[in-house]
Design a protein around this ligand. Sequence first.
Ligand SMILES: [Zn+2]
Length: 225
Amino acid sequence: MDKDIRRRLLKIYLHMKERCYDQNDKRYADWGGRGIHICDEWLNDREKFFEWSIKNGYKEGLSIDRIDNDKDYSPENCRWVTLKENNQNRRSSIFYTINGETKNLQQWCNEYGISRSMVNRRLSLGWDILEALTKPKRTRDKDTLIGKKYGRLTVLEFSHTDKNRKSFYKCLCECGNYTIVDDQKLKSGHTSSCGCIRKEMYENNRQKFKQQWADKKSYRSFFPA
Ligand SMILES: [Zn+2]
């Protein structure tokens, strides 16, 4: 690695560390102070950070940017951007006045206990600042499904959301198996067991078919053609 690039990356790395872990750093409140950390991989081994940087297009003049402002510094949540792009994303330079008090967006978010990514999303949809800060989150039916029964399945707990924002739940089947199903399939009745219903149907059909086959054979042996 070029010595110059290494030196620059080290500087970026150390600044990142200060923002996240040095309580005396003046920027700590907006990073470490609100729970932004550096992933273990990078924190324990700066070489890993350097490697990632080169692989992901670091060039002189670019700065590191977290894609989701509420998440950590990590390979998944970081990219290299121009300073201008970074400032646009950060929005910390934008101040809002509410009831005569002026604070930056992050401070308002902290005060109202709402995530900045949510407020950013709302603002970009044209919401008023106070509305964006105070309107309760749309309650998802994440919890309302728990305990309900769909066919043989009882919903135990929320599992995860996939990249299409589908919600998946862990369910217990009457046969004792666990399975993970998305809510649409549960509600529509598309999925009503761990797969055991289908297996049973298949087994039943097989038995029936075997029986028919056996009947046919005995018929044949009785009345040979
Ligand atoms: Zn089952």
